[in-house]
Design a protein around this ligand. Sequence first.
Ligand code: ADP
Ligand code: MG
Length: 298
Amino acid sequence: SDARLSDYERLSVLGHGNGGTVYKARHRRSAQPLALKIFAPGDPSAAREAEILKLVADAPHVVRLHAVIPSSATAAAAGEAPAALALELMPGGSLAGLLRRLGRPMGEHPIAAVARQVLLGLEALHALRVVHRDLKPSNLLLGAGGDVKIADFGAGKVLRRRLDPCASYVGTAAYMSPERFDPEAYSGDYDPYAADVWSLGVAILELCLGHFPLLPEGQRPDWAALMCAICFGDAPEPPAAASEEFRDFVARCLEKKAGRRASVAELLEHPFVAEKDAAAAKQALAALVAEAEEQTDP
Ligand code: ADP
Ligand code: MG
């Protein structure tokens, strides 16, 4: 509508991304706390993110959009990309931040809470033909009570047809599935939704190992090394001490052949994310968030 940047008071920085900055902010008139995502001028992801967040407004486990903020009234009238988005404030920050503040890997219980909620979010997104294409710990946000929501739709895409090929190199190479590096080689079973499942698998393995799983710890994630590891290496696995259920869940996500990878619907039936354990898993995650709040970000 007619939101303006001056309607919001910026309180602190929540995070930086590719050119933009996210602030903790307050809507001056209503005193409502919010997250204000300000884009660099000309950032092509701004319009994409606004469009997708409007489209998925009612989806569960997706961060809520409060307002789209144009750079000026004339820019808005001309249909220019927004300068900023006012988003629901997620008080626990991202899973990347949680992992950093904890300084150790997460246990399987809280990871199951993450996996189940992200799957429920993906189920709703995919039903609307939206692929996220950049799932990773810094784009998964924590609310109160162990709530998890999917954020950052700057690389997202709305597919026109169910199997629209969309393997362009958007998002973060580190979490990209094998078929996205070479869609030609995989054209027989190309499924854009399966790429989000791969990224979820890499992300939850990262939570369980405490570091990015596809390269030796400390190795710079340059594009060539990543492509080799993802396309030609064995799919990474949880540590030997992990439960059989967790190992199987990760293996179903990190199936290198997209056509054999589990679908979101299949994974929601997996015992690792069973509904009967969901409340306890969320409690375990909430306890970790509370513990991390006592640590300062190193
Ligand atoms: P980018 O597209 O630049 O990666 P993101 O939307 O991923 O931007 O936001 C960058 C970081 O800002 C996130 O990793 C997270 O730490 C923080 N952040 C983003 N949105 C919110 C929010 N709604 N509530 C709390 N923190 C947020
Ligand atoms: Mg991000």
